[in-house]
Design a protein around this ligand. Structure first.
Ligand SMILES: CC(C)(COP(=O)(O)OP(=O)(O)OC[C@H]1O[C@@H](n2cnc3c(N)ncnc32)[C@H](O)[C@@H]1OP(=O)(O)O)[C@@H](O)C(=O)NCCC(=O)NCCS
Length: 215
């Protein structure tokens, strides 16, 4: 009902499938953040707010709108290869590609591509063409890194096809992931230990002998 109209059931179902797909996903950054906050004894509201903060970053849940920005910037399929080479050459990351855990196709991306294709349209076919080219060029420029589309790439395409505005993509992701955060918060709250990693100092050694403190 975002645009005031009763949605086409196919689009409503596509958003629902996306929401189901995003509910939980192991110890991703926002879930881990929510667990850390819970471990301090803070309440569920604080843990969820912290999770939202972590999710908002472009390397996590802030990627889907940026993946669409990439499609816009590329514009036409034949420009893809040059665009990716320039971006990687400038040290940029291609949004919607790569994953900290998956070194093969992200199964959520495979599902969302099918959902996108079931909705159909030129934009979807363009996204598929861009995916093929980006994967091929990244395999050449970043050999051995196994960079494939992650959940964010087709999430953006599906949400766009369903009429959700870009500025609501991350919030939509959060509306799904809040279920997982809360499950983790409940589990973490049964533990009494605070999550407090130790750190190893790797800075410069102090001068020897250590100079006397100024008077
Ligand atoms: C998701 C992500 C943070 C995971 O990173 P990671 O597994 O820790 O990978 P690393 O940061 O160790 O990168 C490994 C190499 O692949 C490269 N790489 C990773 N993702 C890349 C991308 N999307 N585009 C171009 N190069 C990428 C890195 O530059 C690095 O190259 P190097 O070895 O020459 O330095 C990373 O792939 C990324 O930034 N993706 C784009 C943002 C995105 O889509 N986020 C949503 C995640 S669900």
């Amino acid at each position: 009902m975002i645009d005031g109209e009763v949605p086409d059931p196919r689009r409503a179902r596509a958003v629902e499938q996306y929401l189901i797909l995003g509910i939980d996903h192991g110890f991703n950054a926002s879930t881990f953040t929510a667990r850390v906050v819970t471990s301090t004894g803070a309440d569920v509201g604080a843990a969820v707010v912290a999770g939202i903060g972590a999710l908002s970053g472009p390397l996590h849940g802030g990627a889907p709108s940026r993946a669409l920005d990439t499609l816009d910037a590329i514009g036409t399929p034949e420009r893809t290869e040059a665009w990716v080479r320039d971006a990687v050459g400038a040290g940029d990351r291609i949004m919607g590609f790569g994953h900290a855990v998956y070194k093969t196709a992200d199964p959520r991306s495979v599902m969302l591509r099918d959902i996108a294709r079931s909705l159909g349209g030129d934009r979807v076919e363009f996204a598929v063409q861009v995916e093929d080219t980006v994967e091929r060029v990244l395999a050449e420029l970043k050999p051995g890194r196994e960079l494939h589309t992650n959940v964010e790439y087709y999430a953006g395409v599906v949400m766009e096809q369903c009429g959700i505005p870009r500025e609501l993509f991350t919030s939509t992701f959060a509306a799904s992931r809040v279920v997982g955060w809360c499950a983790h918060v409940l589990e973490q709250s049964t533990e009494t230990a605070i999550i407090r990693p130790s750190a190893r100092y790797v800075g410069p050694e102090p001068p020897q002998p250590v100079p006397p403190a100024p008077r």
